[in-house]
Design a protein around this ligand. Structure first.
Ligand SMILES: [Zn+2]
Length: 53
């Protein structure tokens, strides 16, 4: 089902650039995500930045 009010963004590891997480975000939201999450590629917690498209 299409979700018109939300957009899918990806969270990319800032160390190795692997895309590890997907996240639905409301359209029009100005904030940018920058979360510390576990990266299975790095095998440790790293900063994950939002990445569109
Ligand atoms: Zn990584």
């Amino acid at each position: 089902m299409a979700n018109k009010n939300r957009t899918l963004i990806k969270l990319k590891c800032s160390a190795c650039e692997a895309i590890n997480y997907y996240y639905w975000k409301k359209k029009g939201a100005e904030y940018k995500l920058n979360l510390k999450k576990y990266c299975s590629n790095c095998r440790k917690h790293t900063q994950h930045k939002e990445f569109r498209k």
